[in-house]
Design a binder for this molecule. Structure first.
Ligand SMILES: CC(C)=CCC/C(C)=C/CC/C(C)=C/COP(=O)(O)OP(=O)(O)O
Length: 348
């Protein structure tokens, strides 16, 4: 296999690139997860869709693999060999899945990737421990990697996970505040930490594995963060208006959970009558299906949906600007551009 086989989607789009990434990274990911002991292994194998809860084989969705694709594509864009970054790509995906396992517990989400969440099947303690073990696996993969960039990449991933935890903590703290008390700037900062940081870290790790200089690594990180914020904005729109067939979650799930997502906070901050209507709905302890539809309509009328779409496009423009600092000849960065474009037009 050549480096072209593993990280290029030129002319074929991000879907092909993500497929190729999964075909290269999944064997590393799976063999790493299979080293886990007993019931922790069982939970992790179920979470990735490789096994049923009883341990029999399954063919469920394992995730889109956006972050490992970014690692490989960033390495390639800067002249590195993506094959040398496969462990790093698997490490980033493990860290991402640690956050998903914990996030589902915190949010009490019943479904992920169109099946019951790990905590809903195995209970909170087992899902919690499987998440912890996944993070340890990520760091072990890097510790055992003999690539010269592995130690720096490991420190970067650890710092990123701390930032993710701070972002998640801020998100939880927002839930306990009155609707109008959360500002849009606070919310953008939270989303950058909770989501943007890991996409930035994935790009920076790819750059490190390509032997890039510190300025290029920083620009790659900034590219990933901006693209990550666009990704979160689209995720928030999907959380309100996503098709349950595609998302595997009930319509308006984020509104029913009173989430102060970016379109919601933009609507609440709009000073419009629709924003006030939304605030009134959010003060109710529980929203039925009709309330959820009214809340979605209020977000739209208050301009939250349009704002999020415009902001996502703006963040993508900033991402491309940063990318051009890391890779002045953007024709070498076609895969990264394809992935960035993919995250803003995805439906799940
Ligand atoms: C510390 C802690 C618990 C932090 C929580 C961070 C967190 C879960 C942020 C949300 C990020 C996000 C949009 C995930 C979906 O990714 P995706 O659509 O790429 O998922 P996939 O892998 O299923 O495709």
């Amino acid at each position: 296999m050549t480096s072209t086989d593993i990280a290029t989607a030129e002319g074929r789009g991000a879907v092909v690139l993500l497929d190729r990434t999964r075909s290269v990274v999944t064997p590393q990911l799976r063999s790493t997860v299979e080293t886990l002991p007993g019931s922790i292994r069982r939970v992790a194998m179920y979470h990735f869709g490789w096994e049923q809860p009883d341990g029999t084989p399954a063919t469920g969705q394992a995730g889109k693999a956006i972050r490992p694709a970014l690692v490989l594509a960033a390495a390639r864009a800067l002249g590195g060999d993506p094959h040398t970054a496969v462990r790093a790509a698997a490490a980033v995906e493990l860290a991402h899945n640690f956050t998903l396992l914990h996030d589902d517990i915190v949010d009490e989400d019943p479904t992920r990737r169109s099946r019951p969440t790990a905590w809903a099947v195995f209970g909170v303690p087992d899902a919690l421990m499987a998440g912890d073990a996944m993070l340890a696996l990520a760091l072990r993969l890097l510790a055992e990697d003999r690539h010269p960039a592995a130690a720096t990449a490991s420190a970067r991933l650890a710092a990123c996970v701390i930032e993710l935890c701070a972002g998640q903590q801020a998100d939880c703290a927002f839930e306990g505040r009155e609707p109008h008390e959360v500002t849009l700037d606070e919310c953008l900062g939270m989303a950058t930490a909770k989501t943007g940081a890991l996409l930035g870290c994935a790009c920076a790790m790819g750059a490190l594995y390509a032997g890039a200089d510190p300025e290029q690594v920083a620009a790659m990180d900034a590219f990933g963060r901006e693209a990550g914020l666009a990704f979160q904005l689209i995720d928030d729109l999907i959380g309100i208006w996503g098709d349950p067939e595609c998302t595997g979650k009930p319509a308006g799930a984020d509104l029913a959970a009173h989430k102060k997502s970016l379109p919601v906070v933009a609507a609440l901050a709009s000073g419009t009558a629709a924003g006030a209507e939304l605030a009134e709905l959010y003060r109710r302890p529980a929203l039925d299906a009709a309330d959820v539809r009214r809340a979605a309509d209020a977000v739209e009328r208050a301009g939250g949906r349009d704002w999020a779409q415009t902001e996502a496009a703006d963040r993508m423009a900033r991402a491309v600007q940063q990318l051009s600092l890391a890779v002045p000849d953007l024709t070498a960065a076609g895969d990264l551009l394809a992935l960035a474009e993919f995250v803003t037009r995805r439906t799940r």
